[in-house]
Design a protein around this ligand. Structure first.
Ligand SMILES: Cc1cc2nc3c(=O)[nH]c(=O)nc-3n(C[C@H](O)[C@H](O)[C@H](O)COP(=O)(O)O)c2cc1C
Length: 270
């Protein structure tokens, strides 16, 4: 399957519901990955959820979302009306939950594709299906792929775990992922020691290492880089290292127009 992702995408959880970006950014045609949606609503973490550190942010947001039913009734139709190409990020506690999410989203109008949040970073208390080994990641992707139309993309988003990333990407690809997203936040801590995930420019070299090793080992697998992209130069670094697209997260919290600005500058290269 050829995948029309567009070179620049909004990363999961960083574009809110889309409404928060809309005053600053025309979403028409923008590849927008939603925050991770679970079957049931989640309140998310209590206490401070995000802190700025040098080079980025540490967050422990805890995947707050209104649950699938509410998402289908409100957030999805709004994004579709705004013209976004909607990739719904899904997260579950069991393989059955992942399958259920994929089945119901396959019938929802306007879903361009899915992104499977495979093994979110190790914030405590997330209660997601535990991914310790590549075959766990593959089982999640297979459960989703079976339930989602073969002509629409399923992206597998992997933790930027440098020691296992090639095996993880291979397992996800063999299980039917159309592309593999490298990576997510990097395990870190808040200044008070609570666990969280680091994002922003500080993580870009980690993602670049994951990307170069995976691109070299698995030349046929489409790879999407996610971590620290904030301008055209940082996007070009990943695209030059073999990514077919980049996702932008943390930079949107500083400047919601980053996606449009980077896409326009890359377009000038063409
Ligand atoms: C506030 C915040 C919320 C996030 N929520 C999600 C989420 O719901 N699902 C997910 O897969 N990733 C989530 N992420 C991770 C981002 O999508 C992205 O993978 C990570 O931040 C690295 O990219 P960046 O450096 O461009 O932010 C979140 C990140 C932040 C900072």
């Amino acid at each position: 399957m050829t995948i029309a992702l567009g070179p620049v995408m909004v990363a999961s959880g960083c574009g809110g519901t889309g409404r928060e970006l809309a005053p600053f950014l025309d979403l028409d045609g923008v590849a927008f990955v939603t925050r991770s949606v679970t079957l049931d609503a989640r309140q998310g973490a209590s206490g401070p959820r995000v802190v700025e550190v040098s080079g980025g942010l540490v967050n422990a947001v805890g995947l707050p979302n209104p649950g699938l039913e509410h998402f289908l009734a409100t957030e999805l139709p709004w994004l579709v009306r705004a013209g976004a190409r909607v990739f719904v990020s899904v997260a579950g506690s069991t393989l059955g939950e992942y399958a259920d999410l994929a089945r119901r989203l396959s019938r929802a109008p306007g879903v361009a594709g899915l992104e499977v949040n495979v093994g979110a970073p190790d914030e405590t208390g997330l209660d997601l299906f535990e991914v310790r080994e590549p075959y766990h990641a593959a089982s999640v992707v297979a459960a989703v792929r079976r339930e989602f139309p073969a002509d629409r993309p399923v992206l597998a988003k992997l933790r930027p775990d440098v020691s296992r990333v090639v095996e993880g990407a291979r397992a996800c690809h063999e299980a039917g992922a159309t592309a593999v997203v490298l990576g997510n936040t990097v395990p870190a801590a808040f200044p008070d020691g609570r666990p969280g995930g680091l994002s922003g420019p500080a993580v870009a070299p980690v993602v670049l290492r994951c990307l170069t090793e995976t691109a070299r080992s698995l030349p046929g697998v489409p790879l999407v880089a996610c971590g620290g992209v904030h301008d055209a130069a940082s996007a070009r670094l990943f695209l030059g290292a073999g990514a077919v697209a980049v996702q932008i997260g943390t930079a949107l919290l500083h400047d919601p127009t980053t996606v449009a600005r980077v896409a326009a500058e890359l377009g000038d290269d063409a």
